[in-house]
Write a new protein. Structure first.
Length: 475
């Protein structure tokens, strides 16, 4: 394990980075990479390299890699395909430890020439102890070491956290990183590895399994060159950490697109689904399900449970919501047991018997008519019920603000934040989109910052909770 962490250290924690193909033209991809590193506050040394020389963002541009006066740990290559073998020779002279090729035009083209070039690259790299990421990829993202993802001059970084993610697609990796910033999914490491001719999915999965800063692992995979190895890797990793996989190219048309995208060998959706199930991974379908699963695993960790309470009608309109919520939870395999006799009696004394549902789901729409503190008292009673292991609250801002004030909305959510921090039982909030969208987005950010998982629909919340329950139920 220590050897694996040490081998990957120059990739995720480089002391110096050379960007080959970073000219004085700020519109070029290599130049954007340099500007992004500087904007993100990367604390190591950055060396632009281009035959034209000059300066870029105040940095001297070296005419070639060998001209860089200091040691170089990591190279980002944005060069023409015909230059890659010569660049690997330069890397050998400089004793570079890892190189990431943004350059495309290899096996994904389906040509014998592209495959031959990849074989030559791997041979040359292995002769000189160099690890390759890619080609045809946007490389690594590590907020802790202030490494932004891809050739963007913005240098965007989210908060460093415990979620690892590997992706054959640079576009999927970049979009998930953006979603992570928006939804407070905090990444430890992200890598887009493209064609994966040297370091591939299995290598990065093994690294993230060993990485003490990663507790949950997501993956977007289009195919594999070594299915046997991938299966056994996922099986081993999933015993230690949750592995959530979105398989791209599940249809025939998608599989053809995957082959031309990263040169991957794709199998049928049924074969992949069976493999992932046998390996103990969690399969998701799409970016929405992937981000929901990563969010819930980040927030709840090793939580085990199945008995869920649903609360609706914070201001009014809780009846229909409660019924539909019951369907969503039950269809996902979650149990909604009746509340204990003591809790039921206490709710009846607090809310009365007319106009509310006091079993489970719980409609608390009568609370505002009785006492300013009745709502929080009712929710507290349900949370503390010994039968209940998790709580989902439907908070529809359109309805809430039609019957109550913004000040009351703030007071209620102050209570939710305190409740979430005070209890080991998970609290999940459903915030449906509607006409009060600015208020909803602001509240969503506040709750996510408080580590309260938030979803736009009851169906998505129930599905995410069922996934973590299913995984932890196996362990």
């Amino acid at each position: 394990m220590a050897v694996l962490l040490e081998e990957f250290h120059p990739i995720f924690y480089p002391r110096s980075i050379a960007v080959v193909g970073a000219s004085a033209n700020e519109g070029k991809a290599g130049s954007k990479w340099v500007r992004g590193l500087l904007a993100a506050g990367f604390e190591g040394r950055v060396y632009p390299v281009s035959s034209g020389g000059g300066t870029l963002s105040g940095l001297e541009i070296y005419p070639n890699l060998r001209a860089v006066p200091d040691e170089v740990d990591y190279v980002v290559a944005s060069v023409p395909r015909q230059s890659v073998l010569a660049l690997l020779d330069d890397c050998a002279v400089k004793r570079v430890q890892a190189i990431q090729f943004f350059t495309a035009g290899f096996s994904e083209t389906g040509t014998a020439d592209g495959r031959k070039m990849e074989a030559q690259m791997v041979k040359k790299a292995r002769q000189n102890g160099i690890r390759i990421i890619g080609p045809n990829c946007i490389g690594v993202y590590c907020p802790e070491s202030r490494l932004p993802l891809g050739p963007s001059p913005l240098g965007k970084l989210g908060t460093s956290g415990s979620v690892g993610f590997i992706s054959q697609s640079g576009g999927i990796a970049a979009k998930l990183a953006e979603i992570g910033i928006a939804r407070h999914i905090n990444f430890s490491k992200v890598v887009s590895f493209g064609n994966g001719i040297d370091l591939d999915a299995s290598d990065f999965l093994q690294y993230l399994a060993a990485d003490p800063k990663t507790s949950v692992i997501g993956a977007y995979l289009e195919g594999t060159r070594d299915g046997h190895r991938l299966f056994h890797t996922i099986k081993g990793v999933a015993k230690a950490k949750p592995v959530i996989v979105w398989k791209g190219g599940r249809t025939e048309v998608g599989a053809q697109a995957a082959t031309s995208h990263t040169g991957s060998l794709a199998s049928s959706a049924a074969v992949w689904a069976a493999m992932l199930t046998q390996a103990g991974a969690i399969e998701v379908h799409g970016l929405e399900e992937l981000s929901d699963a990563l969010l819930i695993f980040q927030a709840l960790g090793r939580w085990k449970g199945n008995n869920v309470a649903v609360i609706g009608g914070l201001a009014d309109g809780g009846g229909g919501i409660s019924v539909s919520a019951s369907d969503s939870c039950t269809e996902m395999g979650l149990d909604m047991p009746p509340l204990s006799h003591q809790t039921g009696e206490a709710l009846t004394r607090l809310l009365g018997e007319v106009g509310s549902i006091l079993r489970n789901p719980v409609d608390v729409s009568q609370a505002p008519n009785r006492d300013p503190t009745a709502l929080s008292q009712a929710i507290q009673l349900v949370m503390e019920d010994p039968v209940i292991e998790a709580m989902i609250v439907q908070e529809d801002l359109d309805t809430f603000l039609s019957y109550s004030s913004s000040a009351e909305l703030e007071r209620v959510n102050d209570f939710f934040v305190r409740l979430g921090h005070a209890h080991s039982k998970p609290l999940i909030i459903v915030l449906p989109p509607g006409s009060a969208e600015p208020e909803r987005l602001s509240l969503e950010q506040r709750l996510l910052q408080a580590s309260i998982p938030t979803f736009p629909t009851m169906e998505r919340a129930a599905k995410a909770l069922a996934r973590i329950n299913g995984y932890n139920g196996r362990s």
